[in-house]
Ligand binder design. Structure first.
Ligand SMILES: NC(=O)C1=CN([C@@H]2O[C@H](COP(=O)(O)OP(=O)(O)OC[C@H]3O[C@@H](n4cnc5c(N)ncnc54)[C@H](O)[C@@H]3O)[C@@H](O)[C@H]2O)C=CC1
Ligand SMILES: O=C(O)CCC(=O)C(=O)O
Length: 390
């Protein structure tokens, strides 16, 4: 029986993927083989040694101490693109909220509840509505920083609305580049993008080079009156610098999914409670993808969409499957094969792949009589995790 421990509310569509005869899935599972979570922060959790995999039902893995887990041979997964459409739609809502008098207009209407005569109400509204006029998105320039799953959908949406789109992404993958519309203009650097855009939307992961990438220096380059949209992470902007830029009217509005105390009471900040991915569809997509990845990893050792391990897949053969991870240094695989030879274990098939400092291996062997092989592999220097699947 495999055990999966969950944090956060995981869509039942995902939880239902785990068959009851093979999996026990609960928020209080002890000694779990895998963790399935959304935004819960794992940095302060003591993880049982039983854990082999952590799957983030979502995109950002800044709530997971990936480097520590890599050293322990724990595979960390995410669900690329599974919630991208949900975020894209809220980016559009954010841009519209910043450009039209939608929220103040609605708030104003709710203050008029004491007018019981319909004709008087309509007359009052018509007389006052000029306070709530705005401007259109069509013809404006949107800058997108980070052109991955979400950024590319935001680009398509903005182009469809008649906006000009400028993008910046120095780490763009080939796959993402293929997805991107040729109408997106490339900015040489972030400052060039900030200088010419009416709206700028952030879609980068929270990693060391992006922390506070929107700071006082960056904002000093911004086109006056720019709207900054942040559905990425709070740490990507320096909140004090954003507040200063709003004070100086360099920024017209800051739209974000990450409220900060420094923004309380500001009418030029539109803050949402981290709901970019909070749609039934996105929650289902993420949970199902994460569940499938956990199952294929636990049952077959296959890896898809890991953020620290290489993608690996090998069809199952008869016999048993040895899976081990190691530091990516010479001789480890050779030493493991020597152990197998010393124990008269016949190899049927194998795959060895590396990613950065890590290597991951699947070796299918004929059924072993000797129970000490796994212990012997475990004691080889630089092996970080090993297990046997029958
Ligand atoms: N508000 C919410 O509920 C959600 C927020 N997010 C956030 O959005 C982020 C992006 O999500 P996806 O588009 O799905 O990820 P993704 O991995 O598909 O795209 C991220 C892109 O950022 C680029 N990038 C990395 N460093 C950069 C830099 N210094 N400058 C410019 N571009 C850079 C990468 O090359 C990549 O193309 C996630 O990491 C997460 O933090 C994601 C989903 C929901
Ligand atoms: O699970 C959520 O609601 C948050 C989604 C998110 O921030 C992400 O996927 O990076």
């Amino acid at each position: 029986m495999y055990k999966v421990k969950t944090f956060n509310l995981i869509s039942s569509k995902g939880l239902e993927r785990f068959s009851r005869d093979k999996y026990e899935v609960s928020s209080d599972a002890s000694q779990p083989h895998a963790i399935l979570l959304r935004s819960h922060k794992l940095h302060n959790e003591v993880l049982d040694n039983s854990v082999l995999a952590v799957a983030r039902a979502g995109a950002g893995v800044n709530n997971v101490p990936v480097a520590d887990y890599s050293k322990r041979g724990i595979a960390v997964f995410n669900t690329p693109g599974a919630n991208a459409n949900a975020v894209k739609e809220l980016v559009l809502a954010g841009m519209l909220l910043s450009s039209r008098g939608i929220k103040p207009g609605i708030d104003h209407v709710s203050t008029l509840h004491n007018i019981s005569d319909a004709a008087e109400l309509h007359k009052t509204l018509e007389a006052q509505k000029k306070q709530f006029s705005g401007s259109e998105l069509k013809g404006k320039t949107l800058g997108i920083i980070g052109l991955g799953a979400i950024g590319s959908l935001v680009a398509d949406m903005a182009l469809a609305l008649g906006m000009k789109v400028v993008g910046f992404d120095p780490a763009l993958s080939i796959e993402a580049a293929w997805r991107l519309s040729s109408e997106v203009q490339r900015a040489e650097n972030m400052h060039a993008l900030l200088a010419k855009c009416d709206y700028v939307s952030l879609h980068v992961p929270a990693i060391e080079p992006t922390i506070h990438m929107i700071n006082a220096d960056a904002l000093a380059q911004a086109k006056e009156g720019m709207v900054l949209v942040n559905f990425a992470r709070e740490s990507i902007v320096d909140p004090e610098a954003v507040a200063n830029a709003l004070d100086k009217r360099i920024l017209r509005t800051y739209v974000c999914d990450f409220p900060e105390p420094v923004f309380y009471g500001r009418e030029d900040v539109i803050a949402m409670p981290h709901i970019g991915a909070s749609t039934a569809e996105a929650e289902e997509n993420c949970a199902m993808m994460a569940a499938d990845q956990i199952m294929d990893f636990l049952e077959n050792g296959n890896i898809k969409n890991s953020v620290n391990f290489p993608n690996v897949a090998m069809a199952r053969e008869e016999g048993q499957r040895i899976i081990f991870a190691n530091e990516n240094v010479p001789k480890v695989l050779g030493n493991v094969l020597s152990v197998l030879a010393d124990h008269n274990v016949n190899v049927i098939d194998m795959v060895n792949k590396s990613r950065g400092d890590l290597a991951y291996n699947i070796i299918d062997v004929e059924k072993m009589e000797n129970g000490h092989v796994i212990d012997a592999i475990n004691s080889i220097e630089h092996v970080t995790s090993v297990r046997l699947i029958n």
